[in-house]
Each structure stands twice: as C-alpha cells, then as structure tokens.
Design a protein around this ligand. Structure first.
Ligand SMILES: [Zn+2]
Length: 1016
C-alpha cells in the first residue's frame, strides 16, 4: 500500500492536494493513460462498433468505455434496449431499466438488486449492488464492520480497533442517477456501468470489483422518468412538431426534488437516505446533466457549508482534481471542477452524505434532454478557458447521448478506481468524521440542542423532531427537570434570546454585565445530543446562518438561510454547557405531542397555537360544529388564545380519536364560554396552477396532502372557462408560479398564433402523462376572461390567496385597492429567514401566532398601503417623518414667524411605514379617491425594523424591505384578496407559517372579524 504510506507521511494537514498529486507517482503506472483490457477476454465486436458509431468525436470517449467485453452468460444492455447504451432515439422506461438490472442479477453472482421503497405514485425504487462474488456473499459481515466505523462509540472511539476494521472492510460507493427527469442519460450509462463492473476482467475493473461495493440507484425520480420517456416518445412520433416542456418532473416538484435533503418531505429523499445510512456507505455521487461536458461541482466555489467537516471539503478537492487529471490524460476536453456552484445550502440530495459523515459528490455532464443527436452551441461562459478549466469544452459540437454516457461512465470508473486504490484512507476518514461528530460537544460545541417541554407549539415541535428522526438523528427526552448555563446574548442579537423559552434565574440588572445565565428546562424537554454520529445534520438544521453582504460570492446558488427552529416557529435552545449531557434522559424513537380529551361537557375547547392539526381536525370532523373565539378567554382554569376552537355536535368518541391522532388537547366545558365567536367551516379549496411551471405550487400540494386538507387542483385554463367559480370554491390558492415569470406569461401564456398545440394528456402514446391535470394545449393561460372570473369570484365572497409573484400580479391587475409594490433596487434577500412583526392580532389570519414570526423571503415584494385609490406608499415632499423645517428652536421646540402671534402647530399624526396615512380633511373635500374604510387594505404582519430583519441568511439593502407590509388582507365587496410577500408554504421547511394559509382557509367567510374600521 504505497499510497497509504504517502498519506501517513503527509498526515491530515494542509498539504492534501499536494499529496494527491504526489500519489500519481506512486500508485499508478503508465498504463493509467490507457488502462489495459484483459487480452484473454473477447470483446463484443458488434456492440463496440456501435459505441464508436454513436460517439461523435474520437476524443469524446476513453479507453475505459470505447469497447465492451463479451460474456457468454451475462446479457448486455442491448438485450433490453435493442441497441447499445446511449444509442440515439432510445430512452428506456424505469421498468426496462429494472428488468435489465434483474437480468444481470440472475446471470451474475456479482450483482444483487434491492428494492428500496416506493415513490409518491407507487413506483418502485431500487439499488443495485455490484462487487465480487466474495464481497456480495459477505454483505452482512461487511456491513457489521462498516457499522462500527459509522458509529465509533461501538468501539469506544479506539483508533487502533478502527484501523483493524479499515484494513479489511469493503467500502460502499453509492451512485444515484436521474433525480432530474429532463436529464435523461444516467439510466443507460448506469446499466452499462453495472455490466462492465460485473463482467470486465481487466486489471482496472478487477481492482474496483474486488475492493469496492458499487451501489447504484439508476433512477431517483422514477415518476418523472416515466413521464419524460412518454414525452420523448411523443416527440419521436411527431418529429416535425414542438413538444411541451416536462411539466411534472415528479409528483410534486421539479428540480426542487434536489432541495429536499433538509426537510425530507419526498419519498425519494427518504428512500435514498435510508439506503445510504442503511449500507453505511462512504460516498453519495449524484448524476446531473446541465453543464458541458463534465463538471464535478462538489469542489465548487465558496462559501462552503459551515457545518461540514474540513476532512470532507479536502476530500472534495482530492477526488475532484484527481478526476479532472485522469480524464485530461485520456484526452477528453471540458472536464473540470471548481466553478460557480457554492456548497452552502445542505438541501441537495448529495448532502445526505456530507452531513452523515460520508463524501458528497455531484456530476454535471452534458445532456440533450432526450436521446437525439444534436448540434449544440455553447455560450462564452461555458467554453471560455479559466484557471480551473484549462481544457474547456468546444464552442460548437455535434453531441449525442452516447457522448454523454461516455463521460458519465468514464468519470465514474476513474473515481471508483481512485477510491478503490485509496480505500483505506477514505474508510479511515469515514471513521474520523464520525468520531469527530461524536466528540463534538468538547471539541467545538455545541453540546446539545434543547426543545423545551413548555413550548406552547408542541405539534410543530413534534414535526421538527420527526424531521430529525427521518435524518437518523438520535433524540432523547429528559426524565426530570434540569438546568444549564447559557451565554447571555447581546441585545442587538436575536430578540428571542435563548433563555426566553424557560425560567431564567439571572437578575435583570445583573444580566447587563453577566456573561452567562442559568436556564431551567422542565421534564419532558427534548434533547438532541451532539455526541452522536449524526450530530452535524442536526447542528446544520438547528443553527443560525449568516451570509455576509460582502462575501466574494455574489450569486448564492440557492437559499442562504434555513434555521429550522425559526421556520417551524418552535423554540430551540443551543446549549454549549456540556453539563446538559448529564441530565437524566431516555432515548425515544417516536415523538408525539401530548394529546387527548379531558373533562366532559357538550362543548370542547381546543387552544389555538397556530397548530396545523387544527385544519386537519376541521376536515376530519366533517359534521361537527366548530366555532372560533374572536378573543382570548379563560375556562375551567385554562387559558385559550384568540382563534381557539369550540367544538360541539361531535361524538366524544370521534373527537377523542381525532385529537389523539392529531396531537391536540381538547377540554370539555360545562357551557359555551361567553366570548364572541364565528363559525369555522370546511372551506372548498382550489389550488390554482399555470401550465408554465408547477414546481413552486407543488410544495403547496404536498403540504395540503400531508395535512389531509382536501382541495381541487385547477389550472388557469379552468378559471378562464368557469364564470361562476363561487359555485365550486370558497378559497382559491394561487401559489407562486416561479421567480421570473412575468404577468404577461401568466395572463397571455404562449401565443396560439404560431407553432402547434402542446398537449399534456393521458393517451396510449403517453400513459404516464396527464393524470394530475391535463389539457389539449398548454399554451393558453389565464387570459382576460380568467382575470374577470377571479375578480368576480372575490366580489361574490370568494377568497383569493396570492403569494410573491402572484401577489405582484394581483396588485398589477388592480385587484387590490390601496396597495402598491415599493421599488427596492438595492434589496438582496436571497432565500433568507427574516422577521415579521404582527400588526393586527385580531385578524383570523393571525390566530395562534405571537408578536413575531420568522418567515421565508426571496426578494419578496414590499407592499405599501394607502387609503387613497391609486396612491403609492407615502413618500411626500417636505420634511421627513417627525422632522421640521429649518428655523429657530430645537427639533421639538417649534419655529416662529416674526411679527405675529404664533399658534402651536397642529400635530401631524405619526405614521409608520406599514400604515396608510390617515385620510385628511383636505382629501375628504370632494374625496373621489378615498377608499371607504371597510374596503381598505388591512395589514396583518409587517417586516421587522431594519436592524431586526435578518434572522438567518443574507439580507442586503434590508432597509428597503424593513417595516413594509408583508401580509395584507384586501377586501373587495364580499370577498378578499390576501397578499403574501413571503412564501408561507415552501419546501416543507416553513411549517411555522403554514397556519397563516390554513387560518385564511378556515375563516374565509369571517376574515373581517376583529377589524377596527377607520373613523373617516
Ligand atoms: Zn440536475
């Protein structure tokens, strides 16, 4: 093991890349530039000839994949495809890919297929293990060894014991393909890769086969794959016509399925993580196809995620640069690492590995979105030579799916070979990363996160803990009360200081100087210990993020903040005091909030803490009468918040079952409390989508499905046709279309004057398409009829919920008297968590919420409100608010005019930026533009003051957004348009703000409750 000796000399210090280069001289030979085939093994000549035929340039392949070894017993991909992998015009369905993998399993003892779960639409997901017969025969023993490295507590963190295991364990390299359904090449590349690994007797492949278990999930997004194949077949059948873009990649979302690695809402995330963790794999290598020709983007630009182990970030560089080096030697152009991608957000699928002590990797190769061979012309930023791309892609090429498969397979094989050669180092690193995760409390902190038992939002707390459970984190619960010392935060820090959750002992005065204070936690509090192997993922999700506006990275690749405690509206205390680990506690495997029915009576009260389960309950107890209290009240010794439910007419058995399932507590009352109420009805809800993009609304469908809130799923075309929307719906939710979609596209769609119809329909030709929704032609959108129908719907009592770009649209269309969108050119809030302050807690939209709420914002529109139709936010000439003109006196001691008696000035009312200026007497003189008080916009939440706005992530130019209205209820005749500047339902991460939408739904016909009208 010469390479290992090199590593030992270098140690794990800064010279890792130098070491990697040094290794070239020790571990590899000249054969490396042209790895030798086994001369005794015949080549499948016909297959090999077709590989050459479909490869468009000799330098778009490598000695590793420009032939296929023959086998008398093992079928090649041709057996299923009818041609070679990557052949033009051939895109296999998932069933064909699985059929082939199972043929391999049958024909070779070196292949085993495992079912790893189902998708949302019930399709199977698989993982295919390829390794030597011996390795596959001893999978369980090997897994037991890897498990000890994965959890070093089992060997008492003993490095010598770890070294023994490292010496004879076989590592697992997990490859995942086609998470993005429009990126179509991976399945055929992985079919052929599996064949090569099982059959090829060259020294190069034997090295991999004997020393690595290659685990392959050929298709991650199976639902979307089958639809993409449908679409491609439709294209082949109509070669002269345009074809529609793939509208539903997965059941819910498109490329955001690769942003679910935090909240784990999708089946594919759960299945892949369970597989990665279940196998104790070392690498998760995810295949994408959007960059020419091979971009290993794991070694991207900064900033790197702050919670990953530097051992990992160095591994990224080692693997990435070595990959580039190997393929450069093969003469393949356009292979590079580094590049613009930053590795800050942990939302990507590959990040399962990064935060579970493995190695995350991601390839972007070059795909044509189908299997056509096409001329491709690149943009300058794609073909230019940079320091990290010395051999860039060509400006113009003929590109085939086979070329793409050549790059994918060559990259993977060189990676597998290098990994195999250095398996001892990578296994030892795997152990070291796990060990450093376990020793985190002393080494770096924190020691634990505590979720206190006295949090009023125990439902949301349980949901957050369940996300951590899905992440395979260990969760403990305190069996008695305990206390810890926490640092006192400076007042300029987050207003919700960590001690606020519970009883603090330090004196108010002393607090100003004290550096620490004692915090008590009650029994039943949950503790996420940081001395566990998967501490890093918990830390990354629960901690705060700060992205400096001065960061050299000016274009964050994705969200910059995600703090889960804030977005779930749950109290989470970061504890560095290691004493917390000595608190009496027990491990728990399930988490459910305390629930049940206490007391008896004809009326049952359920407190409102903005718990999403309340909406589920409303729809579950269809026949029960439920009222919402419009004011807080006390009953039988319990305090109830505004919006609390008063249930009658439900059988106590039904109620008991429902609240137990949902984690709610109901209190039987002797009589209806004397508080003003209104009915909470099970509104008829529609989610409105365009045919432009279905991703962002997909998260809304996911959330409503998850909460069992029923809805109809309708398109802008339905709205354009349906004149009487009120006969079908009470509430229409119009989630964001997408960040850059213009009102023009939402209203006009694509012109039907040119091109051909673009159907999205279920037909024998496209059996997987058109099941969620369908149309003969996706080009038309809302149209002016649709706009009129929506307006009519609202005027007749309907509620239209609009969000970010659809809120902009509602304002632009004149559906919201008195609201304008402020111009915010300097604002940069890139997927950040920001603070909103409550303005009107009597609004049903705010039921259950406190004074502040953290919300997700992506450069959301900043609303201004006015009582005068058509007038923007108040920007007046003359002195600034609370200012005065130049003259005698001080700011508060006013001016005088020489030579006359000076009367005290009439005091101008103080107006905050989120408020409308009160209507003046002057404006009421022939007040044609004055909006009647009952029709004026009602601001429910506003963005916090500038210095308080940032919770997590990047906020630049925040003063432009600060204090502006964030959530506005705009009445129109009998109905309402509700505007959200934030996205309240996003990626399963914003569960703390879901109830803003649910409240709107449940109180749709009483949204004016609590409203105080202006006098004039
Ligand atoms: Zn992709």
């Amino acid at each position: 093991m010469a390479s290992k000796a090199v590593w030992m000399r270098c140690g794990l210090m800064a010279g890792l890349i130098v070491c990697a280069v040094a290794m070239l001289n020790t571990g590899l030979s000249a054969a490396d530039t042209a790895p030798g085939r086994d001369p005794k093994q015949p080549v499948d000549e016909a297959y090999t000839a077709k590989i050459a035929k479909y490869t468009t340039e000799p330098y778009f392949t490598s000695p590793l994949v420009n032939y296929l070894p023959a086998s008398k017993t093992v079928p090649t991909p041709e057996a299923v495809l009818g041609d070679v992998a990557g052949a033009p015009g051939i895109l296999p369905y998932s069933a064909q890919v699985y059929q082939y993998m199972r043929m391999l399993e049958k024909a070779s003892p070196r292949v085993k297929v495992f079912s790893i779960g189902r998708t949302e639409e019930g399709r199977e997901m698989i993982a295919v293990a390829v390794s030597s017969e011996a390795n596959l025969a001893h999978l369980d023993e090997n897994r037991a060894k890897l498990a000890k490295l994965a959890d070093p507590r089992t060997i008492h963190l003993n490095d010598a014991d770890a070294d023994k295991i490292v010496d004879d364990a076989v590592p697992v390299y997990y490859i995942t393909g086609t998470i993005h359904s429009t990126e179509t090449g991976a399945p055929t590349a992985l079919m052929e890769l599996a064949y090569r690994l099982a059959v090829d007797d060259s020294r190069y492949i034997q090295d991999i086969r004997n020393h690595v278990i290659t685990l392959i999930t050929p298709i991650v997004e199976v639902d979307g794959r089958d639809r993409m194949v449908d679409l491609y077949r439709w294209h082949l059948a109509h070669p002269q016509e345009n074809y529609p873009p793939l509208l539903y990649w997965g059941h819910y979302v498109a490329h955001d399925n690769n942003r679910d690695a935090m909240a784990m809402t999708l089946k594919l995330s759960q299945n892949v993580l369970n597989t990665f963790v279940g196998w104790d794999a070392q690498v998760l290598h995810d295949l994408h196809e959007s960059v020419p020709y091979l971009y290993d983007n794991t070694a991207g630009d900064g900033p790197f995620n702050a919670w990953v182990d530097p051992i990992l970030t160095n591994e990224w560089e080692i693997l990435g640069w070595r990959n580039v080096q190997d393929m450069t030697k093969f003469g393949m152009p356009g292979v590079f690492t580094h590049g613009e991608f930053d590795t800050w957000s942990p939302g990507y699928l590959m990040f399962f590995a990064a935060l579970h002590n493995g190695i995350s990797r991601l390839y972007e190769t070059f795909g044509n979105g189908g299997a056509d061979t096409e001329e491709r012309t690149l943009q300058p930023d794609e073909y230019s030579r940079t320091w990290w791309r010395q051999n860039p892609p060509l400006q113009k090429v003929l590109w085939s799916q086979r070329d793409n498969n050549n790059y994918e397979e060559t990259g993977l094989l060189t990676s597998l070979h290098f990994f195999s050669d250095n398996r001892a180092m990578f296994l030892k690193n795997f152990y070291l990363k796990a060990k450093r995760s376990v020793t985190k409390p002393e080494a770096e902190g924190p020691a634990a996160y505590v979720l206190p038992a006295n949090d009023p939002r125990l439902g949301a707390q349980a949901e957050l803990l369940n996300v951590l459970r899905l992440q395979h984190c260990e969760i403990s619960r305190a069996t008695s009360a305990f206390s810890v010392t926490v640092p006192v935060q400076k007042t300029s820090d987050h207003r919700k200081s960590s001690g606020e959750a519970t009883g603090e002992k330090s004196e108010k005065k002393a607090e100003a100087t004290a550096k620490t204070k004692t915090v008590d936690f009650p029994a039943g509090s949950y503790i996420i210990r940081m001395d566990q192997p998967y501490s890093r993922i918990a830390d990354a999700l629960l901690d705060y993020q700060y992205w400096s506006p001065d960061d050299p990275q000016k274009t964050p690749y994705d969200d910059t903040g995600w703090t889960f405690g804030e977005l779930f509206n749950v109290k989470v205390v970061r504890v560095t005091d290691t004493k917390v680990l000595d608190a009496p506690m027990e491990r728990v495997t399930t988490v459910a909030p305390p629930s049940g029915v206490s007391g008896t009576g004809t009326v049952f009260a359920i407190n409102n803490n903005a718990d999403t389960a309340l909406a589920t309950l409303r729809y579950k107890l269809k026949d029960a009468q439920i009222e919402a209290a419009e004011e807080p009240f006390d009953a039988d010794g319990h305090k109830f918040n505004r919006g609390s439910f008063l249930v009658h007419g439900a059988s106590s058995d039904d109620l008991r079952h429902a609240v137990s399932d949902l984690g709610l507590k109901a209190y039987g009352l002797g009589a209806m409390p004397s508080v003003k109420t209104h009915p909470v009805r099970a509104a008829r809800v529609a989610i409105l989508h365009t045919w432009l993009s279905t991703q962002t609304e997909g998260w809304w469908r996911e959330a409503l499905d998850f909460m069992h809130v029923p809805y109809d799923y309708i398109s802008t075309q339905t709205v354009a046709k349906e004149a009487d929307l009120n006969s079908k719906y009470d509430v229409i939710l119009f989630p964001p279309v997408g960040r850059f979609v213009s009102p023009d596209l939402i209203i006009n769609g694509l012109s039907t004057d040119w091109g051909n119809p673009l159907p999205w329909k279920n037909t024998p030709e496209t059996p997987n398409i058109g099941k969620l929704d369908s149309t003969d032609d996706t080009r038309p959108e809302l149209g002016w009829d649709g706009v009129a129908h929506l307006q009519n719907f609202v005027k007749h009592g309907g509620v239209l919920v609009t969000v970010m770009d659809t809120a902009n649209l509602a304002v632009a269309l004149g559906l919201t008297h008195g609201v304008t969108v402020a111009h915010t050119p300097r604002e940069r809030i890139i997927g950040s968590v920001v603070r909103a302050d409550i303005v009107d807690s009597t609004s049903p939209i705010a039921y259950g919420y406190g004074d502040q709420l953290s919300v997700y914002c992506f450069n959301g529109p900043a609303f201004d409100v006015s009582n005068i139709a058509g007038r923007g936010g108040f920007r007046r000439l003359g002195p600034e608010i609370n200012g005065r003109p130049t003259g005698r006196g001080t700011l508060s001691d006013p001016d005088f005019v020489v030579g006359r008696q000076n009367e005290a000035a009439i005091e101008e009312p103080k107006v905050e930026p989120w408020q409308a200026e009160p209507v003046t007497n002057e404006e009421l003189r022939n007040g044609v533009g004055v909006i009647p008080p009952a029709e004026r916009p009602r601001v429910i939440f506003r963005y916090a003051d500038s210095h308080d706005l940032l919770v997590s992530g990047l906020v630049e130019g925040g003063d432009e957004m600060a204090q502006h209205a964030a959530i506005v209820d705009v009445p129109m005749e009998s109905g309402h348009v509700v505007l959200f500047s934030n996205n309240p339902i996003y990626r399963g991460e914003t569960r703390g703000s879901y109830s803003l939408v649910l409240n709107t739904i449940l109180n749709f016909d009483s949204l004016n409750a609590g409203r105080k009208l202006d006098k004039q």
